[in-house]
Design a protein around this ligand. Structure first.
Ligand code: R2B
Ligand code: URA
Length: 311
């Protein structure tokens, strides 16, 4: 933890603003954030985003629009008279982005490549806007391992399909690895905000496994293809469990690795849609699922309100 703190401090500028680990950007006369439909030449990014403290990401545009409205109520934020919440990145037709005071709520799509592109552009956005000490939070869904549907999971760290705690990618034909580290202090702080007297569900923590596929890649028997047996699947899931993996999703390694590389504190809070030890199909009724998907938002809202009260 101490070491991590030092790395964060070194990676950021002294005033908490995000340092870019790419010397090319400041030499360019403008930087186009193509998939956000924003640019440093066309927009005053500091004026638009300079006050951002909490960058919240989740898979779907609708959920992140709902979260923006929810957090607006929760922090008592008032939009300027006569205005409505607007999707700032609507004209990208890729991601949706909403801003509510210090909170950004952005959809990241499904999987590592989609959230990876977004992370590059949002980290650059933090740099251009001179945001101070922004915290990145992923609010997601996942498959649980040995936990019931509706359980909230705060990730302690991310591992890939080979149980390695790094994000692997190919750059210029070479394989590189970046540590998929989340901020342990932050994950403990989030976990402590679970309230057994108020929450009719459990909030746990553990390792999160990130895969490149929902079906075969997560050991499902119900994809278009399946070349393993149910026994082999169960053996694998048991092995994950023994390793401390409590949930499986599709973005955690790159989310942890790129935020860590940028010196940005980050956490992942997901709700389990099912217990993979009992099956593969996502079967909970829509209303139940909608209620479940509010649970990570409730925890994140407690966190944001707590932080805002401290400022
Ligand atoms: C969780 O849910 C999606 C797949 O259904 C994926 O984005 C993830 O990580
Ligand atoms: N998201 C996943 O990636 N896997 C699941 O099982 C459920 C949601």
């Amino acid at each position: 933890d101490e070491n991590d703190e030092i790395i964060y401090l070194k990676t950021r500028y002294n005033d908490g603003t995000v340092k870019l680990r790419n010397p090319n950007i400041e030499l360019m006369d403008q930087d186009i954030l193509y998939h956000l439909a924003l640019g440093s030449g066309s927009h005053d990014l500091e004026e638009m985003f300079g006050d951002v403290k909490f960058v919240c990401m989740g898979g779907t545009p609708k959920r992140m629009e709902n979260f923006a409205h929810f957090i607006m109520d929760e922090i008592g934020y008032k939009l300027p008279a006569g205005t409505q919440l607007q999707d700032i990145s609507a004209f990208s037709y890729r991601y949706s982005m909403y801003k509510v005071g210090p909170v950004l709520s952005i959809s990241h799509g499904m999987g590592v490549p989609s959230i990876g592109i977004l992370l590059h552009e949002i980290i650059k956005l933090m740099y251009h806007a001179k945001c101070k000490d922004p915290v990145f939070l992923r609010l997601g869904t996942c498959g649980g391992i040995g936990i019931e549907g509706g359980t909230v999971v705060v990730s302690e760290g991310a591992v890939d399909g080979l149980l390695r705690d790094t994000y692997e990618m190919t750059v210029l034909g070479k394989v590189i690895h970046r540590p998929a580290k989340l901020d342990r202090k932050l994950s403990r702080e989030l976990k402590a905000l679970a309230d057994p007297t108020q929450d009719a569900y459990e909030t746990i923590s553990g390792k999160t496994m990130c895969t490149y596929d929902f079906y075969e890649g997560q050991g499902r028997l119900d994809g278009a293809f399946c070349d393993f047996t149910e026994n082999e699947k169960m053996e694998y899931l048991q092995k994950l469990r023994e390793f401390g993996v409590v949930n499986i999703e599709m973005e955690s390694t790159i989310f942890a690795a790129l935020t860590h590389h940028a010196g940005i504190k980050a956490a992942i809070v997901c709700v389990a849609l099912l217990n993979r030890l009992n099956g593969d199909q996502v079967m909970a009724p829509k209303e139940v699922m909608n209620e479940w998907q509010k649970r990570p938002q409730i925890l994140i809202s407690r966190f944001i309100r707590k932080r805002m009260a401290q400022q």
